[in-house]
Design a protein around this ligand. Sequence first.
Ligand code: CO
Length: 172
Amino acid sequence: MHSFEIRIYGDEVLRKKGERVETFGSELSPLLDEMVETMIHEDGVGLAAPQVGISKLISVINPEPGKNSTLIKLINPRIISHSDETESFEEGCLSIPGIRANVVRPSVIRIEFQDEEGRKHRLKADGLLARIIQHEIDHLNGVLFVDRLSLAKRALLRPKLRELAKRAGRES
Ligand code: CO
């Protein structure tokens, strides 16, 4: 099965803000299909286009792998509001293999996004879905979950992150 290769921490594309998608429909579908395939192949609950080297505001999300019913495709998503209440939850990332850490984020969010046909939608999310969406929208802005950790925690992870970045540098 063909799927994209995942870009690893240290790859510059992960730090670029994605471009808005202006073309929908049949031109966009093959890319979305391949992103979904890659996410399933990698056992991820979400995948953002920059993670496969494409600097566009696109993410696919599947909070319950194995169930296609929970699959959401987000084009040009943005958070329009969030709760003051936050929660801490452990995150990982396909682009940062071997590292997991608790990240504090708003518990409830409202987002606006477009589907693959360009239709606009609004969605209120909490729990795991809110968590994944925020992680993915961060990717679209060039932000990684390790950026949201305390300085002390990041200092602890620095050697591992350097190791990943070295590996990414060698491959590119
Ligand atoms: Co990620």
